[in-house]
Write a new protein. Structure first.
Lengths: 202, 202
DNA sequence: CAGGAAATTGCACCTGGTGCAATATTGCAG
DNA sequence: CTGCAATATTGCACCAGGTGCAATTTCCTG
């Protein structure tokens, strides 16, 4: 028996390779021709699988294009936040949270991240998916705030806090795009937080 | 020639009647059976039109269910806001704007409004459409803020202001739903504005 | 009432997406 | 290495949403 620690077996490796191949093909084709001009059949062909298999990996074409799935906060980030950290000031910790979210959304590689952002800008329809994603994970985010509430009381309902997370995420992406992809997306977080606060307390 | 002032001619009247019939049928059926269990064919049949004609009135099934289209701010509201009114305090005027938006979304009749909200709660997928709607109209909202900026300088980019409009609208709907549909949706606006501000300035 | 504009409709067609059953691949115990 | 069970891939038939086009009907206007 060789139960490989770091290795994951042929099956698992193939699965990952296929997933990557699908996302790569989807993003490349969509960037080349636009979302509506690319069919699932073509993506499947480019990824060397059957169209039917495509749907074993992703629930929809849109999900594949966004590479949705790699998209969660690390345990440390979550625990630290729930415990009232990392700084103890809510708004600062929120910024950290959003930055992690943006990084997770962008994906592991820098390049991949920019590509997703570029696609999102090119195909606003997909932003609807982003919203849907948020809806799906909303309960988790709310739960996170509920836990933090016990460590350090919140100034608002957990649901409202979750909405803030969402809007800041979205606004940061917007701001980043509007300024011509200047620097890292996360670096725009403080600015948008300031602006949103300014509007709401005007 | 009888260019009827108040009247609109048979053609126009029929068009409106049909639109209403479609929305009514769509909402009734969806409330009865759920979004996925209702086909366009059935809605068309209930509205006594052919399936093809359905798509002359609405771009998608979802649009029909939400009755999207009746969904714009009145000229007065817009002009007043652009001119720096109605109160002169940005956040207060924002609240007025959002209330108008919520009212427009709800539709003319009270009953219709609650129905839409009920459907939105029952079928979260449609919230994605709400987001899409916002994306489509975002430029208009941004333009509104740009105009206001000349009358009374804004504390943030027009785009950020538009994001605030969106998040407040959404948060108010949420809050209203969470408190068991208490009173009018619009009455929740001040509360959520306060909460969001509290989080962002914590 | 005639003729033109606008709306309705039928029809053929494409794409996204699912269920099901057959087949192929992988993992594993002997 | 071999055979068997688990798992993945695939083909196939099918449904629903949505569009383009051309024929037909309905409304308006002179």
């Amino acid at each position: 028996m060789t139960p490989p620690a770091g290795d994951l077996g042929l099956r698992e490796r193939k699965k990952r390779a296929r997933t990557d191949a699908i996302v790569d093909a989807a993003q490349r084709l969509v960037l080349e021709r636009g979302l509506d001009a690319v069919t699932v059949e073509e993506i499947a062909e480019a990824a060397q699988i059957s169209p039917r298999t495509f749907f074993n990996y992703f629930e929809s074409k849109d999900d594949a294009v966004l590479g949705q799935g790699s998209f969660e906060l690390s345990a440390e980030t979550r625990e630290a936040f729930a415990a009232g950290g990392p700084t103890g000031r809510l708004v600062a910790d929120l910024e950290v949270l959003v930055r992690s979210l943006l990084a997770a959304f962008a994906g592991p590689g820098k390049h991949q991240g920019e590509q997703v952002m570029e696609i999102l800008q090119l195909e606003p329809r997909l932003l609807g998916r982003h919203f849907a994603w948020f809806e799906r994970h909303k309960t988790q985010v709310v739960a996170l705030f509920e836990r933090r509430h016990e460590a350090a009381p919140l100034p608002a309902d957990p649901e409202m806090c979750a909405m803030v997370v969402f809007v800041v995420t979205r606004a940061a992406m917007d701001d980043w795009a509007r300024t011509g992809h200047e620097g890292d997306v996360g670096d725009h977080v403080p600015h948008v937080v300031g602006q949103l606060a300014a509007v709401l307390t005007s």
